[in-house]
Design a protein around this ligand. Structure first.
Ligand SMILES: [Zn+2]
Length: 720
């Protein structure tokens, strides 16, 4: 082919072909690309290999080969290729970014981040698309390690670029923002603070900031650092360093800087509380946390022990499905039987499960044993006492096995035997259970941050006021506590900390409110647009309590103000967000039906609301309503294959039909125990394969997940 000698060389080093060492071999590129585009990846790799042997300077070939190897997951060869590439062109952004991927395969996230940032620094104004694609892998890796700030900045960069992964990056971000397992404070990187107007270091700060804005993060970092070394410890400089530490995936440093900022008395008090809370969220061993214990008891005869446990009043036998297939760490087999230790809640209304016991029989080389995992410190004595009561001879040992951050402290599990059979009653039951116990439990747990005291014990200790505020800020950031009013009120009262004051913001300035503050914007005087703006923005960051209040207000507004000002389509959209947040199944159905009526009245397609209602009636075993909605769907959308496909998917999900579309024999709607979507706080009776039990061994997902689903699911490139 004819080559424009003055075009940029495809190896990515920024030189023109004429001046690059690729000059002699780049004519072979077309041939290789034809193979790749024709799907002949393996022959293309062979060809590239021989080209590289023949022309060791062919950086363009190394660049293409590296990209193919990344796609194929050929880590060993990729490493060799990247090392060759870097030796040849140490400052080539593509070489650096491919080396970053190698570091990721070696599980070295900070090194991968630094190489990626070096690739940015070495890039011209425009960062090469493949470098950004590789940066998305940094985002994924950071997310999987729960380094949410870092995951965000990289994913945002990818989402803002038109590259292969920009859509995935967007959905990854929205997945993260809506995840109840991600603390609200981790959904927004602390902002870069401005310098005081009269600072004599202002110019140096501006230089660093300009580099930062230009994505020359490593250079910005050293400028901020040198400012700090010369004695400028102003929050503006620390906030710059914090931003750089986020890009560098350096959590220890983020934590240090957040802590230093939280101690700076020139900052607003609420900002300081939040920064201190962030410090705790970044820590490997958070101080607002409590210990989890693993108990073991040994005894000679397993059958006798089983009988004794069965006979014990405070202990209930589990049914098979709760422990079958359960594999505790270090155990090769499933337990022989399982038991729950139950205890009445303080108000006497419920019995709560405080420990799950798993009994192992004698196997070839071990004695029978009883194991109890993840007992929170507060329940330790009760569980031990129950075991001793049943097995007075047994020797019980305890180990601290883990810690659980207070903000994700388990909501508690009610005694399964007392759960209502009717799925319609289940949600209010679980909500009542959490209301009745959670606030009290969370306030009675000793916390290292409060010098071992609980929130309730520290309530009158003035020297711990700031720390108490921090703990309350941590609890407020849990999605679920926004919908459960009672526990949060209990916590405010018990800790003697006020809720955050309302913010009075003129409607035209709502855009300046941080996501985390949406919940305290004063509603009075905000018009339709503003009500919706807050609704949708809060929805984006998973603040269901805020959505519930503001969407409700927007809908109320629409009902009383017909006219140009009200956009009926947006009202219907608000209904779709608002309806599922109602406190009972009946109320959800009412909201959905009301929304459909509104949509029909304004000639708007109510499909989304109808689908929600259809699914909801299925979940709540409303056979009659389910049939009626099915008929309605057929009447209205019978010849829309997409809608019918969605209906089939829902029915498949609840086991009503087989994947081939044939009805399944024994699955009436009443048996469909689907994922209860809104209130999944208290672990549902049999949640997932681990039998409703969260065990730290069972994976890296956050403890006490508020929803049955893990957060990492969407974070796979290639999934839709
Ligand atoms: Zn070149």
């Amino acid at each position: 082919m004819s080559i424009d000698q003055y075009a940029l060389c495809p190896c990515g080093n920024g030189k023109k072909i004429k001046f690059c060492k690729c000059k002699d071999s780049v004519g072979l590129m077309d041939q290789v690309l034809n193979m790749v585009n024709g799907g002949q990846v393996v022959p293309a790799l062979d060809r590239l290999k021989s080209i590289i042997t023949e022309h060791p300077d062919a950086a363009w070939a190394l660049a293409i080969r590296g990209r193919l190897l990344i796609g194929l997951g050929e880590h060993e060869t990729l490493k060799e290729n990247a090392e060759h590439f870097i030796r040849l062109q140490p400052a080539n952004p593509i070489a650096l970014s491919q080396m970053a991927v190698v570091r990721l395969t070696e599980d070295n996230l900070p090194a991968a981040a630094d190489l990626t940032l070096e690739a940015f620094s070495e890039s011209s104004d425009q960062i090469e698309a493949s470098v950004i694609d590789n940066a998305f892998m940094v985002a994924l890796n950071a997310y999987s390690k729960q380094r949410y700030f870092s995951a965000q900045v990289y994913a945002m960069l990818c989402a803002g670029s038109e590259t292969v992964f920009s859509q995935q990056a967007l959905s990854a971000l929205s997945q993260m923002y809506s995840s109840p397992n991600v603390h609200q404070l981790m959904k927004e990187v602390p902002e870069l603070l401005p310098h005081p107007a009269d600072a004599d270091w202002a110019e140096r700060y501006e230089e660093a900031k300009a580099l930062f804005d230009d994505r020359k993060i490593l250079l910005a970092d050293s400028k901020f650092e040198s400012l700090k070394r010369s004695g400028v410890t102003h929050p503006a400089v620390l906030s710059g360093l914090l931003q750089c530490a986020v890009w560098r995936c350096d959590e220890r440093r983020q934590q240090d800087l957040a802590l230093q900022l939280s101690q700076d008395e020139s900052l607003d008090l609420i900002a300081r509380q939040r920064l201190r809370a962030i410090t705790d969220l970044l820590a490997d061993e958070p101080e607002a946390s409590t210990s989890l214990y693993r108990l073991r008891a040994s005894f000679p005869d397993v059958s006798e022990a089983e009988m004794a446990l069965t006979a014990e009043a405070q202990i209930e036998a589990m049914t098979g499905q709760d422990f079958s297939g359960l594999e505790l760490e270090g155990q090769e087999v499933s337990p022989r039987s399982g038991f729950s230790v139950v205890q009445p809640t303080d108000d006497g209304k419920f019995n709560a499960v405080v420990g799950s016991l798993f009994l192992y029989g004698r196997q070839t080389d071990r004695e029978p044993e009883l194991i109890c995992v993840n007992v929170v410190e507060a329940d330790l004595e009760a569980v031990k006492a129950a075991i001793s009561q049943a097995l007075p001879q047994a020797e019980i040992t305890e180990d601290k096995s883990n810690i659980v951050p207070l903000w994700s402290f388990p909501m508690g599990t009610p005694n399964q035997k007392e759960l209502p059979d009717n799925p319609v009653e289940l949600k209010p039951y679980l909500e009542e259970f959490a209301n009745s116990t959670f606030g009290q439990r969370v306030c009675s747990v000793g916390l290292p941050l409060l010098g071992g005291k609980s929130l309730a014990e520290a309530a009158s200790d003035d020297s711990l006021l700031f720390e108490r505020q921090v703990v309350v800020r941590l609890l407020e950031g849990r999605q679920l506590l926004q919908t459960l009013k009672q526990p949060m009120q209990y916590i405010y009262d018990a800790a003697k900390i006020d809720p955050l004051p309302e913010l009075e913001i003129p409607e035209d300035q709502l855009g300046s409110v941080k996501a985390i503050d949406l919940g305290r914007v004063k509603m009075d005087g905000i018009g339709f647009e503003g009500l919706l703006w807050i609704t949708f923005t809060a929805q984006h960051s998973g603040q269901v309590g805020v959505v519930n209040r503001w969407a409700g207000a927007a809908i109320e507004y629409a009902k009383t103000h017909e006219g140009d000002e009200v956009n009926a389509e947006q009202v219907v959209q608000a209904y779709t967000l608002w309806a599922p947040l109602a406190e009972s199944d009946t109320a959800i159905l009412e909201r959905l039906s009301e929304g459909m009526e509104y949509a029909d009245k304004h000639s708007i397609d109510p499909l989304e609301l109808l689908m929600q209602r259809f699914e909801h009636r299925l979940v709540s075993a409303d056979a009659e309503g389910f049939q009626a909605d099915m008929t309605l769907l057929q009447q209205r959308y019978g010849n829309n294959p997409q809608v019918i496909g969605m209906v089939q998917q829902i029915m498949m999900r609840y086991g009503l039909i087989n994947p081939d579309g044939r009805p399944r024999s024994a699955a009436p709607p009443a048996a469909a125990a689907g994922p209860s979507d809104q209130f999944t706080a208290a672990p549902a009776p049999s949640q997932g394969s681990s039998g409703g039990l969260w065990t730290p061994e069972s994976g890296s997902s956050a403890p006490a997940s508020d929803s049955g689903e893990g957060g990492g699911k969407l974070w796979v490139p290639g999934m839709d």
